[in-house]
Write a protein that binds this ligand. Structure first.
Ligand code: NAP
Length: 276
């Protein structure tokens, strides 16, 4: 950048820490995705500059596809059938009725709500959990830390769609797993730092959890020698659950650029105090 003074809008993903300090005339900083922890953790970020993020139908749809796949694959026991097929075994395996299978969505926000309703439309018994109260039909809704255990108690498949904040970091730990019924399954599509990795391995090895589908990790790319790669009950995907769609996201990013330079209120602004 030849003239840092001329830069008024920053669009960031995984930016080098401290880079935003170089632009004294920023009017808005936009995340290139739904999450903003990469911006909030940069303490050199000019605090007076508002933050915005992407809220997009394509992002919600992509996430619904990923989670629906993970849920159905586990629910219909495709892993077990793959193992049986390797041994040429033709064997019927029982599954519970769809209506009694509890899916719990942690984070009942823009993406979590969309995913919850798609699963409920399909026939699953879905619950959502968030910080505060929300209107919810078709889906059971729990909110606040005092209702977390009630939410977990009826969750056979847990989907983490929380933002990463100081309150939600390490939330997927032994205490959480122990509140879920034996044989429960985990899908983490929030952030890697939501999960205490050793606690997951212990829960899987003891048989308390039956498996996990993980899309996000503390270190990305997941290191080649990481034990998750070879764990027979873990499926790893490379942070692809839902990727920002350039064609649709650019419309709202340009809209925010125009609003910021005109001094008008922004859309999808982040509540910095809340952390998401
Ligand atoms: P959002 O609209 O901000 O929703 C966040 C939800 O989490 C809200 O329901 C919020 O509760 C809840 N929440 C926050 N802190 C909480 C706490 N301490 N206890 C209980 N609930 C809490 O965010 P979004 O657009 O749905 O995105 C969610 C996250 O998905 C992103 O931050 C990102 O980490 C992840 N994501 C991953 C991918 C991927 O490819 N893997 C793609 C997109 C997004 P309230 O409703 O009460 O505020």
């Amino acid at each position: 950048v030849d003239d840092p003074d001329a830069v008024e809008f920053a669009l960031c993903w995984d930016q080098p820490m401290g880079v935003l300090e170089r632009f004294p005339n920023l009017k808005c900083i936009s995340s290139l995705g739904a999450g903003v922890e990469h911006l909030l953790s940069d303490h050199t970020r000019p605090e007076e500059v508002p933050l915005v993020r992407v809220v997009d139908e394509h992002l919600k749809q992509g996430m619904a596809e990923y989670v629906m796949h993970g849920v159905l694959e586990h629910f219909r026991r495709f892993d077990d059938y793959r193992s049986q097929a390797k041994l040429s075994q033709w064997k019927y395996l029982k599954i519970p009725h769809i209506e009694v299978s509890g899916i719990g969505i942690m984070g009942f926000g823009e993406i979590g709500r969309f995913v919850a309703y798609r699963l409920a439309d399909f026939g699953f018994n879905v619950s959502g959990w968030s910080r505060g109260p929300k209107p919810a039909d078709q889906v059971r809704h729990f909110f606040g830390s005092d209702k977390f255990n009630d939410f977990l108690n009826c969750t056979d498949i847990l989907v983490c769609l929380l933002p990463l904040t100081p309150e939600t970091e390490n939330i997927l730990d032994t205490r959480t797993f122990n509140q879920m019924p034996k044989g429960a399954f985990l899908i983490n599509v929030g952030r890697g730092a939501h999960l205490v990795e050793d606690d997951l391995v212990k829960a899987l090895d003891s048989g308390h959890l039956s498996g996990a589908l993980l899309d996000v990790f503390r270190e990305e790319p997941l290191p080649e020698d990481h034990p998750f790669w070879s764990h027979e009950k873990i499926t790893v995907t490379p942070h692809i659950a839902s990727v920002t769609n350039a064609a649709t996201a650019s419309i709202q990013i340009i809209e925010n650029y125009r609003r910021a330079t005109d001094g008008r209120p922004l859309i999808h602004q982040v509540d910095v105090g809340r952390g998401y």
